[in-house]
Design a protein around this ligand. Sequence first.
Ligand SMILES: Cc1ncc(COP(=O)(O)O)c(C=O)c1O
Length: 375
Amino acid sequence: MTETPALLLTPGPLTTSAATRHAMLRDWGSRDEAFIALTARVRRRLVELAHGEDRLVAVPLQGSGTFVVEATIATLLPPSGKLLVLVNGAYGKRMVEMTRRLGRAVLALETPEDQVPDLEALEATLRADAGITHVAAVQCETTSGILNPIEGVADIVARHGRHLLIDAMSAFGALPLDARRVPFTALMASSNKCLEGVPGLGFALVAREALVAAAGNCPSLSLDLHAQWKGFEANGQWRFTPPTHVLAAFDAALEQHAQEGGSEGRGARYAANHKTLVAGMRALGFETLLPDALQAPIIVTFHSPSDPEFDFERFYQAIASRGFLIYPGKLTVAESFRIGCIGQVFEADMRRAVAAVGEALGEQGIRNPGRSKAA
Ligand SMILES: Cc1ncc(COP(=O)(O)O)c(C=O)c1O
């Protein structure tokens, strides 16, 4: 008997459509013409999604999102370069750590997890330190769900003539980022977030000029994005065993994304999911970490109830038994949990999820899940 799988209300992996999963039901030869055409189509579609036709190239890479973020930094940041990372959560911190391990110079400009980067401080830091060659920023910091002001960041970085690397992992395909308007050198994302493919593939959209200039920078063989790109350009093939089924699923997912109205249509569904979720959770008495103005419609952090009876593990299991998987918090500053709005989930699912949360609270006898009132 196959049980109905739970809906994944998490930062990923995410719920995919039956059509996307179905696309994995055949095997592909990596040198076969059909697979080469599939790779080319996916690469072209990714560039089109960012409106980067005249200056960006898509470089897919085997692995999860972290691999492509690390590959992009390792390839584009030369040994003589220095990276400034805007940090307001775990993914910004991870970029600092990767760069350090690469043995390259790195600086962090940090703000608390519930605050956006300080643009004045960014401006002042770039003005004061001419050695900074690159800036890295996260569009939606999935740690909290905050929407960072990526266009403002891009503006400042461009004005100071530095390169911007955008971790758009949990934003690309749902939140606007148009390469014709927003200047950046590279954007990194993956198959399994807002594009709703299955996990296993990351990709970078990189300014062709910068990639050409990055030949020989990368100290790693498998993470060398320049070499990966050269491989695609030479014969359309992947350098190493490609994740064939993942790519086939991604191609199907990109087709569905287009049919939904592209990033605008996808973003509208997520916004509706988000609205329904937050309204329902607030009606139950939960408090969001972020004010609405800072919240991206991707994943929402809720404060854990301060009622001493609250037990996250029991809460999680009670909701899981009703068909929804939620996620623990990743904040360093407050007890919290997260509920995602992305993947193949719809408003009706969010309403049912809120009802499941209400029942889970009831099982623990918690009548007021607020932070301060029960203390
Ligand atoms: C903003 C951001 N960057 C990077 C990552 C890392 O991706 P992965 O977990 O696929 O390695 C994530 C994962 O959720 C993310 O949300």
